[in-house]
Design a binder for this molecule. Structure first.
Ligand code: LLP
Length: 463
């Protein structure tokens, strides 16, 4: 395998070294609050509950696999980001992590903005009543039609990603008699994942316009000349699952350097700077994410310091957390179908979903935790690999995990921290049906995205 650096981070990239797994936890029944949604606990019978609902009842009512999303947790994380950044900054939830109309309504109610990156996400946002001026539209190859719809709807900003797009958006805006607010996404030569970041002179990637070689400065020059555009700021997104703030420090330094050059060349101080998303969450007990208020404080100090040094007024900051808001709020509930011990190796536990509902393990070698959910057990820990039902040996959900040795078909197991990039990256591989998203709150459950049916599949197949 040749994967090495990956958006989800180095620990999510290469094949893990043999025997990398940690020792079994002291108590297999314990739930580490770091990786579970806020209201998850066990009842007196040992059954996992969320928002006061037993997973056994949820499985009976909604079937498995299912994503179970803790609405109160989602709202409280959204609110924590909103509060941490205050009224002088903007929080755009990155819809790519997980978007549905219910989510859009929660965001609206919690006063967050929304980042969309396709016509489909835009349509979902608008259909659920998100005010267009609170939407940012991203993407490295937005179609003319998508741009037209975004401008017509009156989105708050379009993030320009290429020289062609600068002209395209300007043209469309002008033809509609509008002046579109835009940011320019630049690549600052910083790539940050998990605990590391790399600062390089140039960026070898498809997103944004490189700062290097004066390209970003040229993009600004062109955008400022076009009547259809109102350039409001510069955008930078440096990576995923980031814990270490030093990557943002380098990025902010470089973005502010560009703002200063713009002021010196054009006499304009751009009012906004967007530092993107990418803040990490705990997938396992080894991960130690920062709280939103620490992140807000660190980012605002970095930008203020850099601006003071450049003698610029501090611009309005915006951020785009996706994973950090929705990731921890959901778990995937599976039923165990087979348990296959392989002597001297590990036990393969097959569940009724797999890479179609969580591609992240196969794609990034992402790490997850898992727990027996329908009961507790005093059995010995058993080194297990949780696998799916797909015709593919890489169909792994949790690569290395300890489950009790008495695990049996019919048991329910739950994989936490699957709120981000699982349903949104789900597929129909092997014509497996995508699971529902069930939102739970205060003892009540409701389906916010229903389970796919064979009818859905056949409806698309027009014969
Ligand atoms: N803003 C921009 C411009 C982005 O490209 C992204 C993620 C975000 C915000 C949100 O990042 P977050 O806070 O959710 O980390 N599918 C991968 C990650 C790719 C994310 C791409 N862009 C995964 O499953 O880890």
């Amino acid at each position: 395998m040749s994967r090495s650096a990956h958006p989800a981070g180095p620990r999510h990239a290469d094949v893990l070294p043999e025997g990398h797994y940690a020792a079994p936890p002291a108590d297999l029944n314990a739930l580490d609050a770091k990786v579970w949604a806020q209201t998850v606990t066990r009842d007196a019978d040992g059954v996992l509950t969320v928002a006061g609902l037993r997973v056994t009842d949820l499985a009976e009512q909604y079937g498995t696999p299912a994503y179970i999303l803790d609405e109160a947790d989602f709202r409280s994380r959204a609110r924590a980001w909103r509060t941490a950044f205050g009224t002088d900054a903007d929080v755009f939830y990155a819809g790519k992590a997980f978007l549905s109309r219910a989510v859009v309504r929660w965001l609206h109610e919690e006063a967050l903005n929304l980042d969309v990156c396709s016509g489909g996400e835009l349509a979902t946002a608008l259909s659920a009543g998100m005010p267009a001026d609170r939407i940012a539209f991203h993407g490295n190859n937005k179609s003319t039609e998508e741009i037209r719809r975004a401008v017509e709807a009156g989105v708050g900003r379009i993030v320009l990603d290429s020289f062609q797009e600068i002209v395209r958006v300007a043209h469309i805006a002008q033809s509609l008699g509008k002046r579109q607010r835009v940011q320019i996404r630049i690549t600052v030569g910083v790539e940050a994942h998990t605990h590391e970041f790399i600062a390089t002179a140039h960026e070898d990637q498809k997103f944004g316009i490189p700062l290097a070689g004066g390209q970003a400065a040229e993009a600004v020059r062109r955008a400022l000349q076009l009547d259809g555009l109102e350039l409001i700021g510069i955008h930078s997104h440096i990576g995923s699952q980031i814990f270490d703030m030093s990557g943002f420090e380098v990025a902010a330094h470089r973005v502010v350097g560009l703002l200063k050059d713009i002021r010196d060349e054009h006499g304009v101080e751009l009012p906004e700077i967007d530092l993107g998303g990418g803040l990490g969450i705990a997938y396992t007990s080894d991960d130690d994410p920062r709280e939103p208020h620490e992140i807000a404080k660190a980012l605002s100090e970095i930008v203020t310091r850099e601006c003071e040094a450049a003698r610029l007024a501090t611009p309005r900051i915006s951020v785009e957390p996706g994973r950090a808001i929705v990731g921890p709020t959901a778990f995937t509930l599976y039923e165990v179908g087979t348990v296959k011990p392989l002597d001297g190796l590990r036990t393969y536990v097959s569940v009724d979903g797999g890479m179609s509902d969580n591609i992240r393990t196969a794609l990034y070698d992402a790490e997850y935790s898992v727990a027996l959910a329908s009961r507790t057990s005093d059995a010995e820990p058993m080194l297990s690999r949780v696998v799916g039902k797909h015709c593919e040996s890489g169909d792994i959900v949790v690569r290395d995990a300890f489950l009790p040795a008495d695990l049996a078909p019919g048991d329910l197991i739950a994989v936490p921290a699957t709120g981000a990039y699982c349903r949104s990256m789900a597929s129909n591989y092997n014509h497996v049906l995508r699971p529902p998203v069930v939102a739970v709150k205060d003892g009540e459950a409701r389906v916010i995205v229903r389970r796919e049916t064979e009818e859905d599949l056949l409806r698309l197949d027009v014969g």
